[in-house]
Design a protein around this ligand. Structure first.
Ligand SMILES: [Zn+2]
Length: 98
């Protein structure tokens, strides 16, 4: 009988920008994504981010020149944006300045 990974939905942790995202490969493993870290680039507790991508971050801190994100950060950003879109009232208008 093949082992089927149990994928839980993405869950918010303690703030609207900290979320748990399941591992794609490790059963019963999930990573904590913090979307606000690195100047809004995000940070993840997965091995790909910690051992590979984090080395590309600017040593002086702040946001990198281009996004440096693992698949968990990308999923979490997409999830948060979806939650925002679902909560925006379609009757809301945005005032534009010309
Ligand atoms: Zn990750």
């Amino acid at each position: 009988m093949p082992i089927v990974a149990r994928h839980r939905p993405i869950e918010f942790y303690d703030t609207p920008y900290r979320l748990w995202v399941d591992s794609f490969t490790e059963l019963d493993t999930r990573y904590l994504v913090d979307l606000a870290e690195h100047g809004g680039n995000g940070r993840c507790s997965c091995p790909d981010f910690c051992f590979r991508l984090a080395k590309e971050m600017p040593p002086e801190g702040g946001a990198p020149r281009r996004p440096i994100r693992c698949k968990h950060i990308r999923l979490a950003r997409d999830y948060v944006l979806t939650q925002i879109i679902l909560r925006v009232d379609v009757r809301d208008t945005i005032e534009t300045q010309t």
